[in-house]
Design a protein around this ligand. Structure first.
Ligand code: GDP
Ligand code: IMO
Ligand code: MG
Length: 423
């Protein structure tokens, strides 16, 4: 059977966690393929809110296996905290959570190095979540990293020490004031590592290969969003992994011809957290309304998210790069009450209108060209059938489907699992 992918099409926080949870009953395996605890995936059901960082969003379902793939970077300390929370909810994760031996570990000094590197950048900082993501992927591609499978072998602690020493030298090279107590951080790290060790480690590419062969259904869960992709995002204001469809192949060991549907998730407007260009960003009351009604605060860092109108130039680009086959539009309820809704359909780039996503989208090069559509005032949050949606919202959806040449199969009208309308 083919592997379906679910990916964010904007700058993250599109609502991936919610939809993975909604779709999990259709799948045997839910697999994360990249990113790490920089992600914050929110699930709401039975009056409870859960935020997952590294653990796949299928974990609350009894029948699905949840796999943390080789492309993911794991901070054992954060992972343990996630497990503790699951335990509090009486979730029996041991029977259904498996981890790739090839996933890389985030060390305490990776986190410190992230902080030092950001501090040294000053105003030019990326706005990283400071979870050590960049330094860990740097060590992976630099062939210095420590992987989950290493901790089952002898002698890895010597490699650990050498690497941590090197990181300390790099931290002092940055010449910024970072206070830390490495002994304390390492105690916490090694303690958490013992918990990680008590879970099931697997050779995940073999596991996936056999699962596909035996007809199991698999959903690959993306983290971050396409515009944060290391190659195709708004570099350097991106994360350090391939968040786009190809990342699922390398992050799980899935051959490209085994990919089935690609579900692309987007908000009915746009948000971004951290630094970097954002052509449709609003600095007015409309932006404030989106942030307030949409409760736009980061699920990992609590930072306010920047808000703006939907950017179709960027969205089309993301659909192209990922080969999206079905779209899911989130947070339609947040736009209720806007008289007019704006959509950016082209960029004004060096005096000319362009329809493709250019190399550079800094404000001095790009300004958005908008069309305006009538809004809707109805409260959508109690609606559960497409026939109840206001005509102006249906017009908005039809317009987007036509522009993106891809069907919008889900319209989400609230954070709860149940507030999901299928089309
Ligand atoms: P993810 O990183 O893509 O999983 O998304 P996050 O969990 O970081 O952010 C999405 C936020 O929007 C969370 O607080 C969700 O509970 C919330 N959310 C998801 N879908 C909807 C929706 O349709 N309407 C509203 N109002 N909130 C939603
Ligand atoms: P989910 O999976 C939104 C952003 C950070 C920063 C940049 C680099 O919840 O959608 P990093 O910590 O990766 O070095 O940060 O990427 N970022 C996210 N923004 N959602 C996320 O994940 C993000 N993960 C990283 O804010 O701008
Ligand atoms: Mg998030």
């Amino acid at each position: 059977m083919a592997v379906d992918l679910l990916l964010g099409l904007q700058w993250g926080d599109e609502g991936k966690g919610k939809i993975v949870d909604v779709l999990t009953s259709n799948y045997n395996i839910i697999a994360r393929f990249q990113g790490g605890p920089n992600a914050g995936h929110t699930l709401v059901f039975n009056g409870m809110k859960h935020v997952l960082h590294t653990i796949p969003s299928g974990i609350f379902h009894d029948d699905a296996v949840n796999l943390v793939g080789n492309g993911v970077v794991i901070d054992p300390v954060i992972f343990k905290r996630e497990l503790d929370k699951l335990e509090e909810q009486n979730v029996d994760y041991r029977s259904k959570l498996i981890i790739s031996r090839k996933a890389h570990l985030i060390l305490p000094t990776h986190r410190l190095l992230d902080a030092a590197s950001e501090a040294a950048k000053g105003k030019a900082k990326i706005g990283s979540t400071l979870k050590g993501i960049g330094p860990t992927y740097m060590d992976k591609t630099g062939r210095n990293g420590i992987r989950v499978g290493d901790i089952e072998l002898k002698g890895w602690k010597k490699r650990y020490r050498n690497l941590a020493n090197k990181h300390e030298a790099m931290i002092s090279f940055h010449n910024v004031d970072i206070q830390y107590d490495l002994d304390e951080l390492e105690n916490e790290f090694f303690e958490a590592l013992e918990v990680l060790k008590s879970l099931t480690f697997i050779d995940s590419e073999e596991y996936i290969f056999q699962a596909i062969k035996s007809g199991k259904s698999i959903l690959a869960e993306g983290a971050q969003g396409s515009l944060l992709d290391i190659d195709f995002g708004t570099y350097p204001f991106v994360t350090s992994s391939n968040t786009t469809a190809a990342g699922a192949c390398t992050g799980l060991g899935i051959a490209p011809n085994k990919i089935g549907d690609v579900f692309g998730i987007f908000k009915a407007y746009t948000t971004r957290v951290g630094s970097g260009p954002f052509p449709t960003e609003l600095f007015d009351e409309d932006g404030e309304t989106m942030a307030r009604v949409g409760q736009e605060f980061g699920a990992t860092t609590g930072r306010p998210r920047r808000c703006g109108w939907l950017d179709l130039v960027a969205l089309k680009y993301a659909c192209q790069v990922n080969g999206v086959t079905q779209l899911m539009m989130m947070k339609a309820d947040v736009l209720s009450g806007f008289d007019k809704i704006k959509v950016c359909t082209s960029y004004q780039y060096k005096g000319e209108a362009i329809w493709h996503f250019p190399f550079n989208i800094d404000p001095e090069n790009v300004t958005p060209n908008y069309i305006e559509m009538p809004g809707w005032s109805e409260d959508l949050t109690e609606m559960d059938d497409i026939s109840q949606l206001p005509k102006t919202l249906n017009d908005y959806i039809d317009f987007l489907e036509k522009e993106l040449d891809t069907p919008i199969k889900i319209v989400s009208v609230g954070p709860d699992r149940k507030q999901t309308i299928f089309r």
